[in-house]
Write a protein of this length. Sequence first.
Length: 273
Amino acid sequence: MRTMPMSQPSVKLYRGRVADQIVDDLRGQILSGALPDGVQLPSERELASHYDVSGPTVREAVRVLTAMGLLNTRNGSRTTVTARGDAMLAMSIASVVQFEKTGAGDVLGLLGALNAYAVEQAVERASDEDIAGLRAAADQAAEIVDVESAAAALKHYFVTLSAISHNPLLAALCRFITDMQIGLAVELSGGSTEDWRRVAGSLHGARMDIVEAIAHRDSALAVQLVRDYHAKVIKRTQSSPRAKQLKETDPGLINLLSAWLGVNVTLGGMPSR
């Protein structure tokens, strides 16, 4: 593990909330890549000397950056930069969803809109090799042996779909919201392979139609197919036995979604990629 030498603060520190200024300076260096993911920060004493502040001031700044998910502190080791775009995005979206008490229907509707834009971009930008990869992912998602492997294959299909848009921000948004959709689907299936086949397995043809529309560079058709697909998923998800049961006490599945985020999106463990 290497330690990065510190560059001079971007602005002169002034009296007042000095810890906030250190947070801003370090955050800027992390996001710019001057302090890349995985490197160790200098020791607390070295940072205090660098910024000409006290140790408690440095500790306060480090605590704030750790809460943001930009640093990782472990007892007995140096503070490490953990600048991963997906992790930061996950924390931000999860916070908004939980704070605003967003329901599952709104999340799934947003994913449908994002994927519709993704296929528009894919029609214009995807290479033949990209499309072949999406077709292979669609075939893989049709093979349902158990819920866990089927969920992973379905996520791979939609992650590939967003990736071939060659729009990094769009792809990142789609990846995390797909995580939420698939996570909810797994929860609502209750581990039942039969229920998974009913909701997702029977839509293999629809997923393959999306691939072919992209291959034929038919943007209007691809967008319509994606919208139709997500409408069917929402309808089938909401009609599952477990969803009907939960709706008696959790009408928008708000609590279910919040609980899933609480378990799967934390500073110590972001959704895997």
